[in-house]
Write a protein that binds this ligand. Structure first.
Ligand SMILES: Nc1ncnc2c1ncn2[C@@H]1O[C@H](COP(=O)(O)OP(=O)(O)O)[C@@H](O)[C@H]1O
Ligand SMILES: [Mg+2]
Length: 304
């Protein structure tokens, strides 16, 4: 197969591993830099041009690894690949959904198999006090809707602090949600790596000393963990609701059972491969092989 890894940095561990795993399984893998693509969207056949003048030939499959900073452009390029009929590992609509924490929470709420922490959202500072009460009062978590790697997640210990932080964010026109703080998790969360309808690896992440956010980028450490059938079911359901075929679902263990925090559309491979010693990149390529084959046989059947 001819596979494209559509991303920004070819030297990033995850991208290197995907290229390596694809080649090991006998495929031709190309690294396509999002910023080097430009498109003729009026052409009768959707075209993707690559800096230097080359017109990209159709790929059998595309693995999008779009950084949050380039979601808009990256998903536009991805749509173009989709229109060319390539198999897209995670579709542009699902990626856009997952990038917005509020939208994800609203979608997850609809499923009977999924619990989330109490979460609120408001537009006006006039509603701030009530919003804090809705989620149970301080301590509360305040999150930027499009934050990643823990950077947009703040813990406010008192109602007064929460009010100031929320109103400060609002005055900067930042979109935020307010959430119940699951203190019993004690800085530990679960990263479940979902491929298709299976959790293929899971790790428990422990926040660094003095930190409540368990993100690896903030010094958190990952360890292999066995999750419960309920957690497994919840992670798979969350990925399905958002529509991602490969995702990193973050769960937190509360006194009322597991809850979903977010669903990541380009989960990092380094932490999870290191903690579980599993060939996650290989499993992703294997999934693509199966799906592309399925599409081929379906097409053949239709043609017959
Ligand atoms: N409601 C919460 N209660 C307790 N800890 C939380 C809560 N929400 C987030 N966290 C902690 O902060 C981390 C980052 O939050 P998350 O929603 O996953 O955003 P990001 O996209 O920045 O990773 C989580 O992995 C978890 O450790
Ligand atoms: Mg997270």
């Amino acid at each position: 197969m001819k596979i494209a890894v559509l991303a920004s940095d070819p030297d990033l561990y995850s991208n290197r591993r995907l290229i390596e795993a694809g080649e090991q399984r006998g495929h031709e893998v190309h690294f396509i830099a999002i910023k080097n693509c430009y498109m003729d969207i009026t052409a009768r056949k959707p075209e993707i041009h690559y800096r230097g003048g080359e017109i990209l030939k159709r790929f059998d499959a595309v693995i999008p690894r779009i950084r949050p900073a380039v979601t808009f452009y990256g998903t536009a390029v991805l749509r173009q690949f989709e229109m060319q009929g390539s198999y897209i590992l995670n579709g542009p609509i699902a990626i856009t959904r997952a990038r917005d924490k509020l939208r994800t929470m609203q979608m997850l709420c609809d499923s009977n198999d999924i619990d989330i922490p109490r979460t609120g959202f408001a537009n006006s500072p006039l509603d701030t006090k009530d919003l804090i009460n809705i989620v149970g009062g301080a301590p509360v978590i305040i999150k930027l809707l499009e934050g990643t790697q823990g950077r947009g997640v703040v813990l406010a210990e008192t109602n007064k602090a929460a009010e100031s932080v929320i109103n400060a964010f609002k005055s900067l026109h930042a979109n935020i949600l307010v959430q119940e703080f699951i203190k019993e998790s004690k800085g530990v969360d679960l990263r479940c790596f979902v491929i298709g309808d299976k959790v293929v690896a899971s790790m428990e992440r422990h926040a660094a000393e003095g930190e409540f956010r368990a993100n690896i980028h903030l010094g958190g450490t990952g360890h292999k963990v066995k999750i419960t059938p309920k957690e497994r079911k919840m992670a798979v359901a969350a990925a399905k609701v958002v529509g991602l075929k490969v995702s990193g679902v973050d769960l937190i263990r509360s006194d009322h059972g597991p809850m979903v925090l977010e669903v990541n559309s380009a989960p990092g491979l380094e932490g999870v491969e290191g903690a579980t010693e599993k060939d996650i990149a290989g499993l992703m390529i294997e999934h693509i092989e199966k799906q592309v084959e399925k599409r081929r046989t379906k097409k053949k059947k239709v043609a017959a």
